[in-house]
Design a protein around this ligand. Structure first.
Ligand code: IMP
Ligand code: MG
Length: 338
């Protein structure tokens, strides 16, 4: 069966950490990633931190094969660098139609004030590559790159054969509901839809084999670019705590993330549109006194109130998911299973 991990806010909810935890503890045959290198993900194991653009967060489990679907976008040198860092050359699989962003595309994006200033693009060239793909230009696919030849396989065939044999797949989504091209806060969005059904399509999977859809939330919300935040925090001292203890600095953009209070409206939409069956909370330790707490009873009243409010909200939104995972610190093991 397929489990999916989606972002419930504006990206950087900690999908990487949750995906790493699930795949390390679970028994997935494949961990699949779609989307572009603008979406960094951070995985910490025993104090060692990996900041990745494309390699799926499930790489920590040596039994899991790693897949980039046709809806993935990368750059050859960035990908090969990550393959080396994570020592995953013998278990990476790439769809022939995953797109390789060219230097020209990266430069075009970085030189366009519409992308960089108005939308606040990360500047990887993803938006430019998507634009050229939609225009049916002569873009570069993974199948066209000799350096990636050993990794190329028919991904839809492979993944669906795995499902047919009773295997399991973890599909790691990117960004969050507020950044969806379709359901987000246009024009302050990324160049793709960022919801569960699109992630499936981008991987070459259908909806019938989905078991759980995890949607990840922080108790607050961050944005690395321009665009709406319902209640933005402007107090500099308070912001500094988010930027230091919360590590709220763009992993690819290196920008200090803007911070706002938790938004019920976007949370409801994320639950609904993703068909969320399980909620994962990260950064609960940003409420003082909750670092590495091992039992829900031991959370502080502030953290307990946040969880109670979220449960009340999800009781009202179809399909009424339960809170399943709570992250109490950056390390993969700092995770509470409810
Ligand atoms: P682009 O996708 O690089 O064009 O960026 C469009 C908008 O989405 C900008 O505001 C970016 O900061 C934001 N964005 C893109 N990817 C991510 C991400 O992975 N996390 C957070 N924000 C992102
Ligand atoms: Mg990120």
């Amino acid at each position: 069966m397929i489990d999916l991990v989606c972002g419930g806010q504006a990206g950087d909810e900690g999908k990487g950490k949750i995906s790493a935890y699930l795949s390390y503890k679970g028994n997935y045959d494949y961990c699949v990633r779609v989307g572009g290198p603008n979406a960094g993900h951070t995985v910490v194991q025993n104090g060692v931190s990996y900041t990745l653009k494309n390699i799926p967060s499930g790489f920590l489990n040596p039994k899991t094969k790693l897949v980039l679907g046709a809806g993935a976008y990368t750059k050859t040198e960035w990908l090969l660098d990550e393959v080396k860092k994570t020592n995953t050359q013998d278990r990476l699989i790439i769809d022939p139609y995953a797109v390789l962003i060219t230097d020209e595309q990266t430069q075009a994006e970085r030189g366009a004030s519409h992308f960089m200033n108005h939308i606040g693009s990360v500047g990887t060239g993803l938006g430019q590559a998507v634009k050229e793909r939609i225009e049916r230009r002569d873009i570069k696919f993974a199948k066209d790159e000799p350096l990636l030849k050993e990794f190329i396989q028919d991904v839809p065939e492979l993944l669906n054969r795995c499902l047919d044999k009773g295997g399991d797949i973890l599909l790691e989504g990117t960004q969050g509901i507020k950044l969806s091209l379709l359901h987000g806060e246009y024009p302050f969005v990324t160049s793709r839809d960022t919801t569960a059904s699109t992630f499936l399509g981008e991987a070459g999977l259908g909806p019938k084999s989905v078991r759980d859809v995890y949607v990840v939330f922080k108790p607050y919300i961050t944005r690395v670019g321009p665009g709406p935040l319902e209640k933005e925090i402007s107090d500099e001292k308070e912001l500094e705590i988010y930027h230091t203890k919360g590590h709220e600095i763009g992993s690819v953009s290196k920008r200090l993330r803007r911070v706002g209070e938790f938004e019920k409206r976007s949370a409801s939409r994320a639950i609904m549109i993703n068909n969320c069956t399980k909620i994962a909370i990260t950064h609960i330790d940003m409420f003082p006194g909750n670092d590495r707490v091992k039992k829900e009873e031991d959370f502080t009243p502030e953290a307990k109130k946040f969880l109670a409010d979220l449960r009340a909200l999800s009781a009202q939104v179809y399909p009424h998911p339960k809170i399943a995972l709570i992250s109490t610190g950056p390390d993969m093991e700092d995770t509470l299973v409810l």
